[in-house]
Design a protein around this ligand. Structure first.
Ligand SMILES: Cc1cc2nc3c(=O)[nH]c(=O)nc-3n(C[C@H](O)[C@H](O)[C@H](O)COP(=O)(O)OP(=O)(O)OC[C@H]3O[C@@H](n4cnc5c(N)ncnc54)[C@H](O)[C@@H]3O)c2cc1C
Length: 272
């Protein structure tokens, strides 16, 4: 947008000479928004003590000597793909289970909870809400304006509420009953839609999967064509997650790698 490509009216308002009007630049922002359910559990079901006490030293040594152990784990040990909206044709929600919980401090650092807990992070994978990103001024060093618009669409709210109830039903299964002690967050008393939504709005967070703001397509909102070329500007391509018109139903790193690989091939084809 600072180069003059984008919604001409917005650019002019910010004192930037429009080079090429493209309405869709910065529009159509999508992200995955997740919220944790947290349960207190038996000590052998959680790694909180291992990561918050002197035992973390043992894990460090084990990793240094063997490259094995808890420090080699991914963020989640089990993932469920479930249908949160009844009319979805296939799974629309990802629930990540983790044997560890933490709290974020005001300075942004994270500290592991000291008591045994595990958690499930529920995330609606195909959100209907659309946000936008834009410029604050004609100063390229100024922070952008980002409006994520999480839960702007009614269906997104419904999916989040339903996914909490699905997570609850998983944690109440006989196989887990011996391990789960109590629901700490949102808490067993938080049952009706308004109370649950209050919890989601307070504790929900971004999965950092932003896409869509230079959307690929042929309609008037599209920014790039099917070969990643910016509409109306010769020899300019976009090759990053912003070209996905719809957010993939998964974490976005691998799809971005795939896109980069495809972009390299397209560029070579055109050069040759
Ligand atoms: C904290 C975090 C955790 C994540 N965890 C996961 C995960 O577990 N799994 C997963 O699949 N995805 C994850 N993601 C998402 C994934 O990282 C992104 O979807 C992916 O990196 C997007 O790739 P990109 O090329 O579009 O953007 P980026 O990876 O952000 O690349 C943009 C690049 O442009 C550079 N740049 C910016 N401005 C300029 C400039 N003016 N000039 C030159 N260069 C510039 C930046 O330095 C950066 O290298 C995570 C993201 C974050 C932020």
């Amino acid at each position: 947008m600072h180069s003059g490509i984008g919604n001409a009216q917005i650019l002019a308002d910010k004192g930037i000479h429009p080079v090429h009007h493209l309405f869709g630049v910065g529009e159509n922002l999508q992200d995955h928004f997740y919220t944790h359910s947290v349960y207190s559990c038996t000590p052998d079901s959680s790694l909180n003590k291992d990561f918050s006490s002197w035992r973390q030293l043992l894990h460090g040594i084990q990793y240094l000597l063997t490259h094995k152990g808890a420090l080699t784990m991914g963020a989640s040990q089990a993932v469920a793909f479930v249908k949160a909206l009844p009319d979805s044709q296939r799974a629309d929600t990802q629930i990540n289970f983790k044997p560890v919980t933490w709290e974020r401090k005001p300075d942004g650092s994270v500290s592991i909870i000291k008591t045994p807990e595990f958690s499930a992070a529920s995330c609606f994978l195909r959100p209907y809400s659309r946000g936008r990103v834009g410029i604050r001024s004609n100063d390229p060093m100024a922070a952008p304006v980002i409006c994520a618009n999480y839960l702007g669409a009614e269906k997104d709210k419904q999916a989040v509420l339903n996914s909490f109830r699905i997570a609850r039903s998983i944690f109440s299964q006989p196989a887990l009953r011996g391990r789960v002690k109590a629901e700490n967050l949102p808490g067993a008393l938080v049952q009706d839609d308004d109370a649950l939504m209050g919890y989601v709005r307070r504790y929900g967070a971004s999965m950092h999967h932003w896409v869509g703001t230079c959307s690929m397509g042929s309609d008037e909102d599209a920014v790039v064509d099917e070969r990643l070329r910016v509409h109306g500007i010769a020899s300019l391509r976009v090759a990053d997650a912003s070209v996905f018109p719809l957010i993939p139903s998964t974490n976005t790193n691998a799809p971005t790698f795939m896109l980069a690989d495809r972009a390299a091939k397209l560029i070579l084809e055109d050069v040759n």
